[in-house]
Each structure stands twice: as structure tokens, then as C-alpha cells.
Design a protein around this ligand. Structure first.
Ligand code: GAL
Length: 408
């Protein structure tokens, strides 16, 4: 959230964070791997690992605490407080540590009376909690949807808007990441947040959903959690067109490095999150993550697609795709001399050849094709355009070839 009010006079204004919602946010979050078992030693070592591994340098700047940092009661002034056993130094000291490493810190709360683990939610305390986070110099808030049943009469839209307003008045620029699980189709109303979750929780699995998970973005609240990577991508067929700078649809934290996917599956996962302009928030343990997964997360060219100046997501191209076999997505790029990106995924065939007629790529300027260089990103292979088709040989099962068209 950008601070829109100029605060003057004798009020002490904490220094502002550096929200840049013009690009999908990048960072790390504790939930996927650690659930509520978090403490300040873990958060500090994760911040340090972000720096030591090069992830911070690659753009992953947010260190986000998810559920589990709080005490079960507010203090005598009604302020949220950290669990004193697990965070004995308090949140301001932790924020100072993270800032000192050149990173930014995120925290988690909930729009209901309770959060999902029955810690106090922010319902009715929005102003006080936003002021508390600002006083701790927090840079990012993930705001959840549990406990809303007890909150009863207020619509989710109003509950989430209240915190947005409170953050705006907090005197600090705090990134507002809304987590309403896609239940009430936030792509139609959540533009006051910087990003909004499009679904229930992701699962560390490439293609196997938990029971009851539905495939489209618009199905109502069945199968809340347990969405596989392929299903999350499927849901974006209806949502890619809603992506825009400052209001990013969030496909949930990355499962790259959590140990359930092979190389091609992790590359596919990361490619789609980047090209669909989802936030890139690592969910793996960055203290122990493998070199292979690190290399995927740090691929400069894929990150450049995510952080491209145009902020336009790729779209699903049904005419070039075959259900349960091959899917092709494409869209424009602005940065540098790049102009277009194509993703071709084999998700149902033995190793195959994928032929893409260039005429089928909407928005590609074909009059200039002779001037384009085509670069297959994961293979690092460059070729010049030679005909009416883009021909991709040997696409293995679950592999995505990412091809960037750049003007020479
Ligand atoms: C869920 C949310 C998860 C995680 C969890 C914490 O509602 O979707 O990402 O934050 O709550 O309890």
C-alpha cells in the first residue's frame, strides 16, 4: 500500500518501507515448510541464507513470517504481541536484524476474530494493529480469511478494505498481501490490495490435487486446500487477463525446493509463476535447499520475465493446445529488447515435438520476424527465426520450454 496521506506536524513518522507493487513481489515465507513452528533463530538464519545463497541479490527481498509468531492474547493495551518464548527479542529487534541484512520483513494477521490457529485476528483492531506493525517497522502484511465466520456481519470486502485503509493511515508504506483464498473472486474487487490469493493453499505436488479441489478459478469453496501446481496453472486460464501492476493475482508460495518434484517439474512450476506474474515467494527451507532448486529460483532470464516492465501475464492459447497433452501460453514482454515469450508444456505425452504456428501467437509482430532472435531459456539455446513455425524438439513429460523472442 502506498501511503497517500502526507503526515505533517510533530508526529513521529517511522521511515517508510519501499513498496513497489509495480512488479510481482519476491521473497520467502515460513508457512509451506515450517507451518506454525517458527522462532527468531529460524527467521534470522533464513534471512542470512537468502543473502548467502545469492537469492537476495537475485531479487528475493521479503522475509515473511506466516502464522505462529503471535501470543494467544493481546497485551494490556490491546496490542498484538509476539510469542515471548519463540520471539524473545520482540518484533522490532527482528525487523532491525532483517533490515540490517538489506532485506524487508513481512508479518501475518487475519481479518477475522481469530486466525486459522486461533491466535487473535485483527477484526475490530485494524487501526491498532496497523499502527503496531508500523512501529515495529514491518514492510509487508499477509492478511488472512480465517475467523471470519465469527466476525459475522461484515462482508469480506469490508473486512479487507478496513485493514487496507488502516495501513494507509499507519504512516508507513506496507505491502498489502490479501489472502481470501479466491473464495469471493477477489480479482473483481481487491484492487485496493497489492496482491490477492486466487485459490486455497498450494500443495507440494506437481499434478495430484487433494480430494475435492476444483479445476476452475470460479468454483465455489470446494476443496479449500491441496491445489497442485498443474491445477493452479489451470485456474489461471480464467485469470491471466486480470493481472496488472499493483494488483497481482497470487498463485501461492512456490514449492520449488520442497522435495516432491523433479527438475522439469520444478522448472515448469517456476516458469509459469513468473510468466503469469504471480508473486515469487519461496516456500522451501532456504537453509537446506538443494543447489539444483536454487539454480532454478535464480535463473535470471525467468526472473526477468516475472519482473518485466509491461507487467502483462501470458495467456492460454487453446487453439495451439491439446487438453491433457500439450499447453501453449504466450504474451508480450517490454523489458530490454525482448518482445514476446512462449511457454510450451508437455503434460501428458512421452517425449514429444511441439510445433507452434507463429500465426497463432496473438500480439507477436510477425512483420519483423526476420529481426528476431529466439532463445530457449532453460537450455540456453539461441536460434534465428527460420519459418512460419516454432518447432520445439524433445519436450519431455512435464517439461516446459520457455522461448523468448527478442529483436536484434
Ligand atoms: C491459510 C493460508 C495459508 C497460511 C495459513 C496459516 O489460510 O491460506 O497460506 O497462511 O492460513 O494458518
Amino acid at each position: 500500500m502506498f501511503v497517500t496521506t502526507l503526515v505533517v506536524g510533530l508526529l513521529a513518522v517511522p521511515c517508510l518501507g519501499s513498496v513497489n507493487p509495480a512488479k510481482p513481489q519476491m521473497g520467502w515465507n515460513s508457512w509451506n515448510t515450517f507451518k506454525s513452528n517458527i522462532n527468531e533463530t529460524l527467521i534470522k538464519s533464513s534471512a542470512k541464507s537468502l543473502v548467502d545463497t545469492g537469492l537476495a541479490q537475485a531479487g528475493y527481498k521479503y522475509v515473511n513470517l506466516d502464522d505462529g509468531w503471535q501470543a494467544f492474547t493481546r497485551d494490556s493495551s490491546g496490542r498484538q504481541q509476539p510469542n515471548s518464548t519463540r520471539f524473545p527479542s520482540g518484533m522490532k529487534a527482528l525487523a532491525d536484524f532483517v533490515h540490517h541484512m538489506g532485506l524487508e520483513i513481512g508479518i501475518y494477521s487475519d481479518s477475522g476474530i481469530y486466525d486459522c490457529a486461533f491466535y487473535p485476528g485483527s477484526y475490530g483492531y485494524e487501526e491498532r494493529d496497523a499502527a503496531t506493525y508500523a512501529s515495529w517497522t514491518i514492510d509487508y502484511l499477509k492478511f488472512d480469511n480465517c475467523g471470519s465466520f465469527q466476525a459475522g456481519t461484515l462482508s469480506p470486502q469490508e473486512r479487507f478494505l478496513r485493514m487496507g485503509d488502516a495501513l494507509n493511515r499507519s504512516g508507513r508504506s506496507i505491502f498489502y498481501s490479501l489472502c481470501q483464498w479466491g473464495n469471493q473472486f477477489p480479482w473483481h474487487w481487491a484492487s485496493f490490495s497489492d496482491s490477492y490469493r486466487i485459490s486455497g493453499d498450494i500443495k507440494s505436488a506437481f499434478g495430484e490435487d487433494s480430494s475435492g479441489v476444483c479445476q476452475s478459478a470460479y468454483c465455489l469453496n470446494t476443496g479449500y486446500a491441496g491445489v497442485s501446481v498443474l491445477t493452479m496453472i489451470r485456474k489461471m486460464r480464467e485469470l491471466s487477463r486480470f493481472q496488472r501492476p499493483g494488483s497481482w493475482g497470487d498463485m501461492d508460495m512456490l514449492e520449488v525446493g520442497t522435495g516432491t518434484m523433479n527438475l522439469h517439474q520444478e522448472q515448469t512450476h517456476f516458469s509459469f509463476w513468473a510468466a503469469l506474474k504471480s508473486p515469487l515467494i519461496i516456500g522451501a527451507d532456504v537453509n537446506t535447499i538443494s543447489k539444483v532448486s536454487l539454480n532454478i529460483l535464480m535463473n535470471k532470464e525467468i526472473i526477468a520475465i516475472s519482473q518485466d516492465d509491461a507487467g502483462v501475464a501470458v495467456n492460454y492459447l487453446p487453439d495451439l493446445s491439446t487438453e491433457h497433452k500439450v499447453q501453449v501460453w504466450g504474451g508480450p514482454l517490454a523489458s530490454g529488447k525482448s518482445r514476446y515469450v512462449v511457454l510450451a508444456l508437455n503434460y501428458g505425452l512421452d517425449t514429444t515435438k511441439i510445433t507452434i504456428p507463429l500465426i497463432g501467437l496473438p500480439g507477436l509482430n510477425r512483420s519483423n520476424l526476420a529481426k528476431y532472435t529466439l532463445r530457449e531459456v532453460w537450455a540456453g539455446k539461441v536460434y534465428h527465426h527460420g519459418g512460419d513455425n516454432l518447432v520445439l524438439e524433445n519436450v519431455a513429460l512435464n517439461q516446459t520450454k520457455v522461448v523468448v523472442f527478442s529483436e536484434r
